[in-house]
Design a protein around this ligand. Structure first.
Ligand code: T4K
Length: 404
């Protein structure tokens, strides 16, 4: 007689229901080993390893064409890309950012003595809420820096309208959003510039890496200069700069993965749908939705744990999953404003961030990508169900949301 999925999972996972190997969020996608090694072989033969070599040039050209933007400048990682783009665009004073983002968004400003002013998020999109921005604008505000969280686009037009009305600049942290679109246009060409991450854990990875994309010729030239110490030809430095260059081996990895983009998306889409199917039977666990009319990379399977319907808190669920070797994450808990140095510098920031406070304590990110099979997903969901069943057996299984 066929077993039901739960019985099958338990049989597969052994008596204790624990994965043999940890299942990570952000396990790198490595598309085509043979192609990568071929490119690396060519690179070694050329003895050209860095400084805007042929692989980086090709990677930049292909990205610009794919995104439909005029300029793409590859960099060593998105954090440095953000720092350079922010400096090149001459942000100063205060810049409005979400608190619900990876800490690099805020650090890229603070690193340059610019104050990140945290604005609250829209619970429906997890992105900056345009209705909660203007209260933060002061005479010192120079820009808005939005993050396309999970690859779902910011409310670009509403932010542009606010920026224009107040004479502010607008830029996007697009670290999650490679291959995603907004109103039919690829993310990459919005605002003054957009910054992608190609970190190992990202949808498109180049080990470490990133890219700044823009349609602004002058800004592009300045960013390119700043990413290479300000050099203009041999022995001629014409601007303050840093070392933001991408290496050739990173570009080889990026190009390899770019060539397999459709397969990577298909795998993520399959996994996302599979999670949604299995989550249907689990009360209070709601996967975020992606707009079917837009292009997406589905790199993040993000689940909101509703404390009114789920018998287990987000933190207890994560603990249970980790115990079973499923290394789910709490991105982006507890919010940048509750991390240093912002917690000390802006101790009152939480008061204007009620949605961030509430949602950061409810969200968890589950493993996906090419290293995760549909069987794994069924097993992960069985493990989550077992947490709920165990909580149901305890006299007081439900735990409350907490902030440390
Ligand atoms: N803006 C936003 C909105 C971002 O999300 C990020 C980065 C940035 C800017 C800055 O981009 P980069 O400067 O990094 O290009 C990870 C990534 O390190 C970070 O890039 C990413 N966001 C963030 C969301 O996630 P951690 O601190 O969670 O990394 P870690 O070491 O815990 O690794 C995550 C998981 O991936 C672990 O379970 C282990 C697994 N993993 C990791 C690596 C590196 C692997 O299985 N293999 C690997 O090679 O930040």
């Amino acid at each position: 007689m066929p077993m039901n999925p739960s019985e099958e999972s338990l049989a597969r996972l052994g008596e204790k229901g624990v994965f043999q190997q940890p299942l990570h969020v952000g396990r790198p996608n490595i598309a085509n080993r043979g192609r990568f090694l071929e490119l690396v072989g060519q690179m070694l033969d050329r003895r050209w390893l860095s400084n805007h070599g042929p692989l980086v040039q090709e990677f930049e050209e292909r990205i610009a064409a794919f995104l439909g933007v005029k300029h793409c400048i590859c960099v060593c990682n998105a954090t440095i890309g953000l720092e350079i783009a922010i400096r090149a665009a001459e942000f100063k004073g205060e810049v409005i950012v979400p608190s619900y983002t990876f800490i690099a968004t805020a650090h890229a400003l603070q690193w340059q003595q610019i104050t990140p002013v945290f604005a609250d998020m829209d619970p429906a999109t997890h992105n900056l809420d345009p209705a909660r921005i203007e209260r933060h604008i002061t005479p010192r505000t120079t820009a808005i820096l939005g993050t396309h969280v999970w690859g779902r686009p910011c409310p670009v037009e509403a932010l542009a309208e606010i920026a224009q009305r107040h004479g502010l600049k607008l830029m996007f942290d697009a670290a999650h959003a490679f291959g995603c679109s907004h109103r039919g246009r690829m993310i990459g060409g919005f605002g003054l510039a957009e910054v992608f991450s190609f970190h190992a854990t990202k949808f498109l990875n180049s080990f470490e890496g990133g890219a700044v994309t823009t349609n602004d010729d002058a800004l592009a030239a300045k960013i390119r200069l700043m990413a290479n110490f300000g050099f203009s030809g041999y022995d001629n430095v014409i601007h303050l700069g840093t070392n933001g260059k991408m290496t050739e081996v990173c570009a080889a990895m990026g190009l390899t993965n770019l060539e397999s983009l459709d397969e990577l998306i298909a795998t993520n889409w399959r996994n996302y749908q599979c999670y949604k199917k299995h989550l249907q039977g689990l009360p209070g666990l709601n996967a975020i939705q992606y707009d079917p009319k837009e292009k997406g990379n589905y790199q993040y399977v993000v689940v909101e744990v509703d404390p009114d319907r789920c018998p287990v808190s987000r933190d207890a669920m994560i603990e249970h999953l980790h115990h079973h070797q499923v290394l789910a994450r709490k991105y982006f808990w507890p919010g940048c404003h509750r991390m240093e140095p912002y917690r000390t510098l802006q101790p009152e920031a939480w008061k204007t961030l009620p949605v961030t406070e509430r949602l950061a304590a409810r969200i968890m990110v589950l493993p996906t990508g090419t290293g995760v099979t549909m069987t794994d997903i069924a097993d992960v969901c069985t493990i989550m169900k077992s947490a709920m069943n165990e909580a149901g057996k305890r006299p007081s299984g439900k735990r409350t949301e907490q902030h440390s």
